[in-house]
Design a binder for this molecule. Structure first.
Ligand code: 6LW
Length: 503
């Protein structure tokens, strides 16, 4: 799930690979907690824990009850949950976030970040997206949002105590000043923002002032982090949050993308969470080198248990890594109807529809091998790689046949069909970077097939991965690989996700 130690003493970045954008972090004692955006998926807002900033394990999803997260059927993909901020104050965890297209800005609290989290407190006077929370010495709570503007908030009632006022907004004319985080560090208040848009021009900038409302003096070295106009393998770097380790050293967590293939490059894993060290010079943060191989930090690393490669579906509760599209209804999806199997009942919608019955996990590695044992005697369903309703590939079984489909924008095509013997079948997909050929080579190849009784994998169709990339599909998410039911009832005995890569 997370960054790993390598034999040469380096650690692997991203520390949380796959579609985990807009990281926000806080530390309480020796424990770090981190949350990410989750858009149209339910449960929402994955919560991670670490003791060393490198090895992270998912301890839950903050929004795991329908009373906390409603994602209406007509809400498009890549709307929903944007850019949470996680803070610890007065013995409580505070999570402020925007539900774009539904509840707007809302606030949740918890005493344990693993949950349960409260129901949402509406914040009707907080405009826009990317809300941040900071408390000053007299207990005033400042809420800063994209744009960049700032207001005083009563975090208990949700009421504004002042009107939003424009504050420092980055380089004049720069696109999309957003992702603000306000901190008291030493003698100054610092306002950290992202600008340039979340694509290749993305960057991180900072300003400081004597009070939480400024006036703010921009750092002369702004942007303090960007990979724009470079060939760096990590692109789109921005949307950062600062954290201090117990030994006094500092780090940034941020989002970045890893485009692959020829030009213009396609990223398929979404925007991922990276870690980079920060030092301070003359009261300004200086960001270290952000690399895929990171020098191990100076403090001890404490590996956490990795998520097993096989999910057996023998527990009543699914591991928090499993996500569904917009909602997960217990009567349509569960492990108790047929013991040891995940049972999905189609609700009428295929993967092209917003109410698809789907349970998946993020693709986190450029190369991976996925298999699932499917029993589709009473329905039709299978294994899908999903970007959104208009961009997905799948291998689908029914009682007698298996088919590979590609949905790319308005086009849907059957790529292959083969008859099946009676009984459950292992469906699979192998994903690997595409061998470079010319400037037009896509990022990767996805080979869908069935496993024969002797264990060999027969590929029925190999598809270019560019059509399941953010550059083609648009939006803010990344690939999710999972199981679905398109009609009737489909059972899944197990699901394997294997990779030989650290990231
Ligand atoms: C988020 C904004 C951004 O609200 O993308 O990269 C938006 N930053 O801050 C969606 O993740």
């Amino acid at each position: 799930m997370s960054g790993q130690h390598q034999a040469d003493g380096t650690v692997a970045n991203p520390v949380i690979p796959g579609f985990h954008p807009d990281p926000s972090i806080c530390r309480v004692g020796d424990d770090y907690y981190l949350v990410c955006s989750s858009f149209e998926y339910f449960p929402g807002i994955p919560v991670f824990h670490s003791r060393d900033l490198v090895n992270w394990s998912q301890i839950g999803n903050a929004l795991d009850r329908p009373s906390q997260l409603r994602l209406p059927r007509d809400m498009p993909s890549s709307a929903g949950i944007y850019a949470p901020t996680l803070r610890h104050h007065n013995g409580r965890f505070w999570l402020i976030v925007t539900n774009v297209g539904a509840a707007g800005n809302v606030l949740f609290t918890a005493t344990d970040p693993a949950g349960p989290w409260s129901d949402p407190l509406p914040l009707p006077g907080v405009p826009g997206i990317d809300p941040d929370l900071a408390w000053d010495e007299d207990g005033t709570c400042w809420c800063t949002v994209a744009g960049i503007s700032q207001l005083r908030l009563d975090p208990v009632t949700g009421e504004n105590l002042s009107e939003p006022e424009r504050t420092w907004s980055g380089a004049p004319g720069a696109q999309a000043p957003e992702a603000p985080h306000l901190y008291r560090i030493g003698d100054y208040w610092y306002l950290l923002i992202a600008e340039g848009g979340t694509e290749r021009g993305h960057c991180v900038s900072i300003a400081r002032g004597d009070s939480p409302t400024g006036p703010f003096e921009p750092c002369p070295a702004n942007p303090i982090l960007t990979h724009r106009s470079t060939h760096h393998p990590i692109q789109n770097t921005g949307h950062a949050d600062l954290v201090q380790a117990p030994d006094g050293s500092w780090c940034l967590v941020l989002l970045g993308a890893r485009p692959g293939g020829g030009t213009p490059g396609w990223h398929v894993l979404g925007r991922e969470t990276f870690l980079v060290p920060v030092s301070w010079v003359d009261g300004w943060p200086v960001v270290g080198d952000l690399e895929l191989e990171m020098p191990a930090p100076g403090w001890p690393l404490a590996p956490v248990p990795q998520v097993p490669t096989r999910e057996d579906f023998d527990q009543a509760e699914l591991h928090p890594q499993w996500i569904s599209v917009r909602e997960r209804r217990a009567e349509l999806c569960g492990t108790e109807e047929r013991a040891g199997w995940l049972t999905l009942h189609a609700a009428g919608g295929s993967l092209d529809e917003p109410d698809a019955v789907f349970v998946g996990r993020r693709q986190q590695h450029r190369s991976c091998r996925v298999r699932t044992l499917v029993d589709a005697y009473a329905g039709r369903g299978g294994l899908a790689v999903r970007l959104d309703e208009q961009h997905h590939y799948e291998i689908e079984a029914d009682a007698g046949e298996v088919r590979v489909f590609a949905r790319i924008g308005p086009l849907r095509t059957e790529v292959a069909v083969r008859s099946l013997p009676v009984g459950p079948v292992v469906l699979g997909v192998d994903i690997a970077p595409a061998p470079p050929q010319d400037a037009r080579t896509g990022p990767d190849l996805l080979s869908f097939g069935v496993e024969e009784p002797d264990g060999t994998f027969t590929v029925l169709g190999t598809l270019d991965g560019r059509y399941l990339s953010t550059e083609v599909a648009g939006g803010f998410t990344g690939r999710v690989i999972g199981m679905y039911a398109a009609s009737g009832t489909v059972h899944f005995d197990w699901f394997d996700y294997e990779t030989e890569q650290p990231r």
